[in-house]
Design a protein around this ligand. Structure first.
Ligand SMILES: NC(=O)c1ccc[n+]([C@@H]2O[C@H](COP(=O)([O-])OP(=O)(O)OC[C@H]3O[C@@H](n4cnc5c(N)ncnc54)[C@H](OP(=O)(O)O)[C@@H]3O)[C@@H](O)[C@H]2O)c1
Length: 319
């Protein structure tokens, strides 16, 4: 049996998503930590996320168990309605860092360098701009910076404030990503250095075996940008009676062949196509199942990968 893919890109990995967990956020994040997850995704956008509860769960888990935060990778996102000024963006990043991983300095202060905080992993712009109906706050948004100016503030978050190790963009169109790449390269050529121009380290976007986001993924591969797939398990297909990804007979057949679950097959498909994944579950059994990917992410062979391709080509579409 031939395996088409190896874990070649070290930035590709398995994390845990925390959207739509509501009042269960604290307990679910604790369960995910107990199952071995150390990479979490959240956002400043209340209504979808409860970043405060993610932070509280992380603090309690690491403090009670007296664990070192070294392997902790936390990403969060600034919403478009908060992109109001250079200083506002830097302040939001700093406040989120404090809320999520601020306790890491208290856990082992002797190891943290003076003036350099324990950083977030990725700080994202959640979307370049608001659109009506996306979030209640977008119904009447304030005036905000354009994406190029907002990106310069993001560069300061990494290069001047050390609040985050990396910066990224989410819900971005390929043309907008190309514009930011051009903006950064022009400033590198012009010798600008305050803040140091920086290409996006990561892009977070929807991709599942039916809607694969191919153009954006190819762009990310070309520029060595980590592509983080969200809603990989098919939750964006809302206009059909059942989730077409989790109920696919193609996926069920592959799952049976490998004695793995349907969710694991879908996520392995993403990993084997150079995407990081951040699945979300509220159920202990499902979380434990997902955690098997932390130690065994690669199990699809080339025949399986070819069969997975048919999900996008054969899909007849939403109602
Ligand atoms: N940047 C953005 O704009 C954006 C947008 C959407 C999402 N995200 C991020 O991406 C994360 C993941 O996306 P998502 O929340 O849309 O959903 P998802 O991870 O694609 O799917 C979640 C669904 O899959 C089910 N599930 C999980 N594990 C399962 C298993 N082992 N077996 C069967 N079903 C399973 C869950 O049900 P149970 O709870 O019953 O297990 C839940 O209904 C989010 O939590 C968030 O962090 C970002």
């Amino acid at each position: 049996m031939s395996y088409a893919w190896q874990l070649s890109n070290s930035s590709i990995g398995v994390g845990f998503g925390t959207a739509a967990l509501g009042g269960n956020t604290y307990d679910v994040v604790t369960m995910a930590l107990e199952s071995g997850f150390r990479k979490f995704d959240t956002a400043e956008a209340e209504w979808w996320y409860d970043q405060g509860e993610v932070g509280r769960s992380l603090t309690d888990f690491f403090t009670k168990k007296d664990l070192n935060c070294d392997n902790l990778e936390i990403s969060t996102k600034i919403p478009p309605w908060s992109l109001t000024s250079f200083s506002d963006i830097r302040l939001h990043a700093s406040n989120s860092r404090q809320e999520l991983v601020g306790s890491c300095e208290d856990i082992y202060p002797e190891e943290s360098q003076e003036g350099v905080p324990f950083p977030l992993d990725v700080y994202y712009i959640h979307a370049p701009q608001c659109w009506k109906g996306w979030h209640p706050r977008c119904d009447n948004p304030p005036s905000t910076l354009d994406l190029r100016d907002a990106w310069k503030a993001m560069e300061a978050v990494v290069g001047l404030d050390y609040t985050s190790k990396r910066i990224g963009l989410s819900n971005i169109h390929p043309n907008e990503l190309l514009d930011i790449i051009q903006f950064v390269n022009e400033r590198i050529e012009g010798g600008e250095n305050n803040p140091t121009p920086r290409l996006p380290d990561a892009v977070q976007a929807h991709s599942d075996p039916i809607d694969t986001s191919r153009e954006l993924r190819e762009l990310c591969l070309e520029y060595n940008i980590e592509f983080v797939s969200y809603s990989t398990l098919g939750t964006q297909h809302r206009n059909v009676p059942e989730n077409p990804v989790l109920t696919s007979t193609v996926v069920a057949h592959i799952a049976e062949k490998h004695s793995r679950s349907v969710a694991e097959v879908v996520l392995s498909w993403a990993l084997q196509n150079d995407m990081s994944v951040i699945p979300r579950s509220s159920k202990k059994g499902h979380i434990e199942e997902l955690s098997r990917l932390l130690t065994s992410p690669v199990f699809l062979d080339s025949t399986d990968l070819e069969a997975m391709e048919t999900l996008s080509s054969d899909y007849i579409g939403e109602l």
